[in-house]
Design a protein around this ligand. Structure first.
Ligand SMILES: [Zn+2]
Length: 154
């Protein structure tokens, strides 16, 4: 059995309309979650995927946004197993400290685009992930980085 503990999130996806290849017209879709698994970097991960079906004929319809969501669910499973900070947590950091992505990246001593890439979904390496976790959990650590930066620029 594939371990899917903790990654079952209730995702509210409104009913939507898409083009059905079978019906040759725009149709209403029904979304159904199913237990899925996929391989990532040589390991298999279980996650809950959403699949959209045509309300008229029942054919599965491919919706790019839903595919993106499913990919995100797979990556969440990977992050969880490897102890990598979640995307939601990464995105909470600039908001928490009211700092721009580029400035934050430079503050951490990284390249100017590094944090932005993680923010957009790139998987940080363990070491980078630990730094991000720490900065989110520990405002004193964030302030110490700010202080250090200030001193080094004089
Ligand atoms: Zn159809």
């Amino acid at each position: 059995m594939v371990n899917t503990t903790g990654i079952h999130k209730v995702r509210t996806i409104m009913s939507r309309i898409a083009f059905c290849m079978e019906c040759r017209q725009d149709v209403n879709l029904s979304l159904r979650g199913k237990t899925d698994s996929a391989e990532l970097k040589g390991e298999v991960y279980g996650f809950t995927s959403q699949n959209a079906y045509c309300n008229e004929c029942g054919t599965e319809v491919c919706v790019p946004e839903i595919e993106d969501e499913n990919l995100k669910a797979l990556y969440d499973a990977y992050r969880q197993r490897h102890g990598i900070i979640s995307l939601d947590d990464i995105r909470a950091i600039p908001e928490k400290y009211n700092i721009g992505k580029r400035r934050l990246s430079l503050l951490l001593g990284w390249g100017g685009q590094t944090f932005s890439r993680y923010y957009d979904g790139d998987m940080p390496a363990k070491q980078y992930s630990e730094t991000l976790r720490r900065i989110l959990a520990d405002p004193a650590y964030y302030l110490s980085l700010l202080e250090r930066k200030k001193q080094s620029s004089y």
